[in-house]
Design a protein. Sequence first.
Length: 196
Amino acid sequence: MAKIKPGKNASKKDVINQKAAVLFREKGFSSASMRELAEAVGVEAPSLYNHIGGKSELLQEICFKVANAFTSYLDTTENMEESFAARVEHIIRFHIRMMLDHFDEVYVANHEWKHLKEPYLSNFLIQRRGYEKRLIGLLEGGIAAKEFKQTNPYVAVLTILSAVRGLEFWQQHKKNISSRELEDDMVNHLLKGITK
């Protein structure tokens, strides 16, 4: 019987989660089956249950892994002794790198979170709203420090997050542009709109 091969620097559970993220992105959480996941991993479906509790558990782990990565980076960035503009730039760059390097997981967290079961659904939404409020706080700090134009900080955060999320289209139709050039150009376009 085939066994799950751990990847380079990845456990068997990590391999299952990564394959699940690809499957959930391609088919949607509701349409993806454990049989399909087992095929993607290369094992019989019953042996998957030696490593996971089910589809819902996988979705929960993917969504919170992404949410926790963003929250952890924001914790670090908020405490930097740099300008508000520099801290916002760090966050934008982190969002872009997450979209480029962990696209499947971020896509699932952005689109399939609604299938989380309680209490995970409520916890995920609380964490997401809290994250957005903290980003708005950084923008408000930058406005008060006269680093940013007088603008509605909620709209600025919405614009930044929506623009980065738009990288889903770039992932689907990768144009002739390096990821570094893409990151630098996006940061330039997003920050020039709010920096004096």
